[in-house]
Design a protein around this ligand. Structure first.
Ligand code: GRF
Length: 216
């Protein structure tokens, strides 16, 4: 088993992805270990999930800081106190400063509910329906300074059916998120997933523009 990989999870909300990580990483032996969950909202249900699993929690209220730079500097301090090898964004509803993103270059992952580069930003399920797309999905990517940009690691594709609504699409996409995020974290923790100047690689092979593609 490779060396232990400590992971800090940042979230603002329900923490469905956090729960999937807890369940998956504890189910099957993995070098990844969630050492802390940090939220900018004290009422985030994800904090309760973390506490139930015996994971350290920390709240850093962004409204207590004057501006993004000050908040992100405090956030870096809070994260680095746990000395994580990997930081994962799991519904963390904050735009991060370039300095923050650079600080964690190559060890900061995000999940987004669309097949990036399509539909960056919010309301992705509605936008997919409005466009009449036949396919939708979710993406895990390394975070760079571009919002919802950055080299793709893995994408899960789902088909859009005639009867789908934003709610049914959200349900399908979330179920896939809960599979691919733990998978990407496992790859990183095992030393298989890396980022260099050529982009993201898995087992030394470039992942290419869409990352690893999974159709369910
Ligand atoms: C997910 O849809 C994820 O793609 C987006 O934020 C949402 C977080 O959901 N970045 P949860 O709190 O993990 O349930």
């Amino acid at each position: 088993m490779p060396q232990r990989c400590d992971v800090v999870v940042l979230l603002s909300g329900t923490g469905g992805n956090l729960q999937a990580m807890i369940d998956s990483l504890h189910e099957r032996a993995s070098p990844a270990r969630i050492c802390a969950v940090i939220s900018n909202r004290a009422d985030a249900f994800g904090l309760e999930r973390a506490a139930r699993a015996g994971i350290a929690t920390h709240v850093l209220d962004h409204t207590a800081y004057e501006g993004r730079e000050a908040f992100d500097a405090a956030l870096i301090q809070a994260i680095d106190a746990f000395q994580p090898a990997l930081v994962v964004l799991a519904g963390f509803m904050r735009i991060l400063t370039p300095g923050f993103v650079r600080h964690y270059h190559g060890r900061l992952l995000n999940i987004h509910p669309s097949l990036l580069p399509l539909y960056k930003g919010l309301h992705t399920h509605q936008r997919v329906l409005d466009a009449g797309d036949a396919e939708h999905g979710c993406s895990v990517h390394f975070v760079t300074e571009e919002l919802d940009g950055g080299p793709l690691v893995v994408q899960a594709v789902v088909s859009v059916e005639l009867h789908d609504t934003p709610a049914t699409l959200a349900q399908k996409v979330h179920a896939r998120e809960h599979l691919i995020y733990p998978l990407a974290i496992r790859w990183f923790a095992e030393g298989r997933l890396t980022l260099d100047e050529h982009g993201a690689s898995l087992d030394g092979e470039p992942l290419g523009p869409s990352g690893h593609l999974i159709r369910y």
